[in-house]
Design a binder for this molecule. Structure first.
Ligand code: ZN
Ligand code: ZN
Ligand code: ZN
Length: 132
């Protein structure tokens, strides 16, 4: 057994570790993107700005101060509420529906996607958690 281990070229092992680190890094990035999408979707759903309501003077100056993506996400919610296309080409539609349905049905308290999001929601000032 020991002799076999010695036969592995050392640089190959190093390369293997390097690839694993890259994959871990990538997984972390994807996780973070999904978490940010969830938080963004949740924000835009609860957000009182940019909701196509014009002010009394007729000018729409309810620009959301939190994120520039808010308006886009609101349009996405509007689209998603009626979209049943499993091959929908609208950007973020499929991925958002997927992550939302996961989040809503996820039962794992230690889920690497949902746990940090639930934590952030629980500790945010925004108490309206009716949607997510
Ligand atoms: Zn907003
Ligand atoms: Zn769609
Ligand atoms: Zn989950």
């Amino acid at each position: 057994m020991l002799e076999q281990d010695d036969n592995i070229p050392s640089n190959e092992v190093v390369q293997d570790i390097h690839i694993k680190q890259q994959q871990q890094q990538l997984t972390k990035q994807i996780l973070k993107q999904k978490q940010q999408r969830l938080l963004l979707l949740r924000h835009s759903y609860c957000c009182r700005f940019n909701n196509n309501r014009h002010s009394y003077d007729g000018h729409d100056h309810d620009e959301c101060p939190v994120t520039t993506h808010c308006k886009t996400m609101k349009l996405l919610w509007y689209h998603m509420s009626s979209c049943i296309d499993h091959k929908c080409k609208i950007s973020h539609c499929l991925s958002s529906r997927k992550i939302l349905s996961h989040f809503k049905s996820c039962k794992y308290s230690s889920c690497s996607i949902c746990r940090p999001v639930r934590h952030m929601i629980a500790h945010s000032d925004d108490n309206d958690s009716s949607i997510l």
